[in-house]
Design a protein around this ligand. Structure first.
Ligand code: TMP
Length: 240
């Protein structure tokens, strides 16, 4: 597989074409972004760390029968993925109340939800990823009712795999964001997981101390961001 031209540059990753249109190279940069790009920085080693954590987590999901675009690690900072047509929404599951949900409803961060809560957000930095419901998504044509059901079901299935995986490492999986799409060579098949699963897109708290091990360290200026990402990788057994 030969790497070709840059196709898309996101806030933390760059995507390159390959000589096969069905596959792309996902390059994890050291850039970090928060608040829809309002806060930006470079964190030495983040690309490598996230590339490896993502590969490990996607492997665990594949073992559990949850398909994703991830094919294989190529090198320290790059993975081969299937080219996808993405659904323009973000799927969040919360086990513990934090972040925007705590703010929106005036609930204390740390409140353990009696059951997981699912939320959809529209993927739009310009609009600050507004919360949207099933009707918005279906009526405005972002996804079909069937795809809405698939996204909810898959996001909850991921929770049933990853919550225990992190718990065994002494980490509470507080919440996380997933994105789905159709591989371009299977546009009418089932939705599969795209993007990434790394400490950039979830909240992870030390189960004993409550210490934050995720991107909130950057958002809230807590310091030692990558040291904590690496700690997550080590604890779950990801080869770093
Ligand atoms: P929130 O509390 O800001 O709504 O975020 C919930 C979880 O989803 C948190 O782990 C961060 C993640 N997330 C992203 O990574 N990117 C996003 O654009 C959004 C809306 C959430």
């Amino acid at each position: 597989m030969e790497k070709r031209e840059e196709k898309y540059r996101g806030k933390a990753k760059t995507v390159y074409a390959t000589d096969d249109r069905r596959y792309l190279v996902m390059h994890y940069r050291d850039d970090v972004s928060a608040f829809d790009g309002a806060k930006l920085a470079r964190l030495e080693g983040k690309g490598e760390t996230n590339n490896r954590i993502n590969a490990y987590v996607m492997g665990k999901l594949a073992d559990a029968g949850i398909a994703s675009h991830f094919v294989r690690l190529l090198n320290d900072r790059e993975s081969l993925v299937r080219a996808m047509k993405m659904v323009p929404v973000e799927c969040v599951v919360r086990n513990i109340c934090a972040g925007s949900m705590a703010k929106r409803y005036g609930i204390d961060e740390g409140y353990r939800l009696p059951e997981p809560i699912f939320e959809f957000f529209l993927k739009s930095d310009a609009l600050h990823d507004p919360l949207v419901n099933d009707d918005h998504i279906r009526v405005l044509g972002w996804a079909t009712q069937h795809e809405i059901e698939e996204m909810k079901s898959l996001t909850h299935r991921v929770n049933r795999v990853l919550k225990p995986l992190f718990a065994e490492a002494g980490i509470d999986l507080v919440d996380y964001k997933l994105e789905f799409g159709h591989p371009i060579d299977d546009p009418n098949g089932p939705l599969i997981l795209g993007d990434e699963f790394t400490p950039d897109g979830c909240r992870l708290w030390d189960a004993k101390t409550g210490e934050k091990l995720d991107k909130d360290r950057f958002r809230r200026d807590l310091g030692e961001v990558i040291e904590h990402y690496r700690e997550v990788g080590r604890r779950i057994g990801a080869p770093l």
